[in-house]
Write a protein that binds this ligand. Structure first.
Ligand SMILES: Cc1cc2nc3c(=O)[nH]c(=O)nc-3n(C[C@H](O)[C@H](O)[C@H](O)COP(=O)(O)OP(=O)(O)OC[C@H]3O[C@@H](n4cnc5c(N)ncnc54)[C@H](O)[C@@H]3O)c2cc1C
Length: 432
């Protein structure tokens, strides 16, 4: 069997984008394995009316190569939607359409293998043997490759104590659309968390409350229901230039910076918070009872199953008071954590670790090894500590993918922009 140059694990926007860019390099042999049978993008959260948080230009390739056939504009063109989009005049495109775009891009990509799950990766000396479960044929397949790229994305991050509870009642936002119809009149629904997903679900249920009566609670441990920083000047931190600067900082400074810049990554789009507020205002006219509780600085401590629903133990951190509320459904908007495959444990002693959970990643998105190896493990996930706040931002994905391909092939195939924003992150050498 011919040895591949790279196996890309995961056909999410990052792995798919890498596969798309790799297509432009002659004689580079890669395969993208995706375990699902479709590239539907976060399907449990494809709510009507929700949009991308970035301009459509943050697609798989445009910010690096707008001439690629895999651009969002080409998707619109191929579907006779360019004129409709022209009059739409909104850069923030519907999430549903972005999901269709990803599926379309995947269907054009000859190196994508759907329903192929990577189950193991073994080191061979000059590369890796990759075991793949083909869910279509039911067979296990084996591939030889020089390099492996981890594009396994993120998985729901839920507290330990919910693991034993029925998942049809207590569930993460990622399952919302599969569960929302199970919410019945007269029930109490509680949302935990105050990020974008929490707000989208709160708004969705709040609108439904116009016609159906149920109680809706919204608690967050944050100090308030804050807006995500979206000022143009601040957005400059989502640039290749900032990443280059961030890379020069020692690890403790990098960690500290992440806390300082939390407003760029967390919180809710201002327009959505405004819609929620207006909806609350309209629903409260004439002294109508809102049957909704919205509370800050309140963390979920425990959930106990009762005969009829659940008792939630909540702690108001500022008042240092513990209290209990009853709820029939609990929606956990508690975020995501990097999905790290189990086989990486085998490399535990060969990898350099920044701390207990975070492996060290170099400028080329390569997991740093104790000893130099011929085949590399690159990663598109777990990059916050190494590459900063923009690590999970779509707009930086083409830049990241080009950096990986340049290192993998030892050649500059794409022009990576320098000085791409107005801000300067560090004095020039002659100024020091
Ligand atoms: C609801 C939501 C909305 C978001 N909106 C935005 C936004 O507007 N702008 C923005 O910049 N970011 C956004 N993000 C953050 C981020 O851009 C997305 O999460 C994005 O999908 C990350 O891409 P990914 O490829 O790393 O991971 P994922 O999309 O999670 O894809 C990983 C893929 O790997 C596959 N996989 C995992 N393990 C294996 C295996 N062993 N074998 C084969 N396949 C495997 C999975 O099935 C999955 O398809 C959003 C996140 C969420 C949850």
């Amino acid at each position: 069997m011919k040895k591949l140059d790279a196996v890309i694990i995961g056909g999410g926007p990052y792995g798919l984008g890498l596969g798309v860019l790799a297509e432009e390099i002659e004689n580079l042999e890669v395969l993208v394995f995706e375990r699902e049978d479709s590239l539907e993008w976060h399907p449990g959260m494809l709510l009507d009316g929700t949009t991308l948080q970035d301009a459509f230009l943050a697609d798989l390739v445009t910010l690096l190569n707008p001439k690629s056939p895999y651009t969002y504009l080409n998707y619109l063109h191929e579907h006779d939607r360019l004129h409709a989009f022209f009059f739409f005049e909104d850069f923030e495109v519907p999430r549903k359409e972005f999901s269709s775009y990803l599926k379309w891009a995947g269907s054009q990509l000859p190196t994508l293998r759907l329903r192929h799950e990577v189950t193991d990766v073994l080191e061979t000396g000059d590369g890796y043997t990759v075991k793949v479960q083909n869910h279509e044929s039911g067979e296990e397949e084996t591939y030889e490759t020089r390099h492996v790229v981890l594009g396994t994305g993120h998985e729901p991050n839920v507290p330990e104590f919910v693991h034993s509870l029925p998942s049809h009642d207590v569930f993460h936002t990622s399952s919302y659309l599969y569960r929302k119809e199970e919410i019945k009149e007269g029930e109490t629904v509680t949302i935990i968390g105050s990020g974008q997903s929490a707000a989208e679900i709160y708004y969705d249920l709040l609108q439904r409350k116009r016609d159906e009566s149920f109680t809706l609670n919204w608690y967050t441990r944050s100090g308030g229901f804050f807006q995500m920083e979206s000022a143009k000047m601040a957005q400059q931190l989502f640039s290749p230039d900032y990443i280059r600067y961030f890379r020069t900082l020692p690890v403790n400074k990098r960690k500290g910076t992440l806390d300082d810049l939390a407003k760029l990554r967390h919180g809710v789009k201002g327009s959505l918070l405004e819609s929620i507020y207006k909806e609350l205002y309209h629903q409260s006219i004439d002294g109508e009872s809102l049957t909704t509780t919205i509370m800050q600085t309140t963390s979920l401590e425990d959930i106990e199953e009762k005969e009829e629903g659940y008792t939630l133990t909540l702690h108001h951190t500022e008042k240092d008071e513990t209290f209990h509320v009853h709820s029939n459904k609990v929606i956990l908007a508690t975020g995501y954590k990097p999905r790290i495959p189990h086989w990486l444990e085998r490399f535990e002693n060969k990898i350099v670790w920044e701390d207990e959970h975070v492996f060290k990643v170099d400028d080329h998105y390569r997991i740093v090894r104790e000893e130099e190896s011929k085949g590399h493990l690159y990663t598109l996930t777990n990059l916050e500590y190494s590459h900063g706040s923009g690590a999970t931002n779509l707009s930086l994905s083409p830049y990241r993918n080009a950096t990986i391909l340049h290192h993998m092939t030892g050649k500059e195939h794409f022009r990576i922009p320098k000085n791409s924003v107005f801000q300067t992150f560090f004095p020039k050498e002659e100024e020091l």
